[in-house]
Ligand binder design. Structure first.
Ligand code: RIB
Ligand code: CA
Length: 323
């Protein structure tokens, strides 16, 4: 049997995060071994409630859940996005009240990293505050992480929260720079440049839902109401859109072996200048050998959309296997 990739999922549990989590659930190649719930699209409290919902829905009760950051390092209070992700982050779905009886201490993430030493992959789909904290507090432990993948940034494309900045990086650019500086491994950054192309059309979502209705798959049946809600916002913002970009799903797909995501290795920095450029992601794409002295990471710049769509459909409609 193929050894599954062990994923520690840092997330702000909105719609696209949840679809990425469900993708890992259906995938035979990926295995969630832990979750860190952070503020971002919604509050940390709502994120924790959504993780509980995910666990109940999927029946995965045995993964540790860590409470992450509630606020960024910027000194500002977070802004949430109910108009995009719904009042509790899952479109029209409102999970039941949550009790944090099984919540793990943040520092127990170390035990998880130790357990899966040189095997664990960090996948971050939200703000970078908690991940930066791990690097600040436990730099030695972070050397035992195999890889880091994250959704964030807008390098050669427009931003989504300001004209130049993407939401995950903009909300805590200090944390993002710390992660970039302190990571001993080159990070796989999956930015808006590619995720804005990861469009799921209503036809695709309907086809997926028909499958879930036919097979009485209650897990998959949550996808359509969430994406329909999310799509309404995108369509209102840009009536020309033929579907909605499921950012975190593309980034999770990039972790899988079958994806053909292409990366370029370049120096990366996030602007912390107060003003119009705050949170902007910059990279040195010059061909000169005299590059900016910033940490070098891998930025995703291209993928095969048809391959993505076909694989997503195949995996999301495959039989669930655990263990
Ligand atoms: O900019 C898109 C990103 O911000 C996604 O991860 C979305 O879930 C939000 O966190
Ligand atoms: Ca997210």
């Amino acid at each position: 049997m193929v050894k599954k990739k062990k994923i520690l999922f840092f997330s702000d549990f909105g719609v696209d995060d949840m679809v990425a989590g469900l993708f890992s659930f259906y995938s035979k190649e990926l295995e969630l071994v832990g979750v860190v719930a952070d503020y971002g699209n919604i509050s940390k409290e709502d994120a924790l409630r959504n993780v509980e919902f995910f666990k109940k829905l999927t029946g995965i009760y045995d993964i540790p859940v860590f409470g992450g950051a509630e606020i960024p390092l910027t000194g500002d209070l977070p802004t949430y996005y109910p108009e995009i992700h719904g009042p509790s982050g899952l479109g029209p779905i409102i999970p039941e009240f949550y009790s944090n009886g099984t919540l793990e201490n943040f520092n127990n993430i170390n035990d998880l990293i130790k357990k899966y030493e040189n095997e664990i992959i960090i996948f971050s789909a939200g703000r970078l505050t908690s991940l930066a904290t791990m690097f600040i507090l436990y730099p030695e432990m972070m050397k035992k992480v195999k890889d880091i993948y994250l959704m964030g940034g807008a390098f050669l494309t427009a931003g989504n929260v300001t004209p130049v900045a993407e939401a995950n990086f903009f909300s805590d650019p200090y944390a993002t720079n710390l992660v970039m500086q302190l990571s001993p491994k080159k990070i796989h950054i999956v930015p808006l440049d590619v995720t804005k192309e990861a469009i799921l059309t209503p036809d695709f979502v309907n086809k997926l839902n028909e499958h879930y209705l036919k097979t009485n798959d209650k897990v998959g049946q949550v996808i359509k109401p969430m994406i329909d809600f999310y799509y309404k916002f995108y369509k209102k913002m840009n009536p020309n859109l033929i579907g909605s970009p499921i950012h975190d799903l593309l980034a999770m797909w990039a972790v899988s072996e079958q994806s053909n995501m292409e990366y370029i290795e370049v120096p990366v920095k996030i602007s912390v200048e107060k003003g119009a450029s705050f949170g902007q992601s910059m990279a040195d794409f010059r061909t000169t050998i005299m590059k900016a002295p910033w940490p070098v990471h891998r930025i995703a710049y291209q993928f095969d959309y048809s391959l993505f769509i076909n694989q997503i459909y195949t995996i999301l409609t495959s039989k669930i296997e655990r263990g």
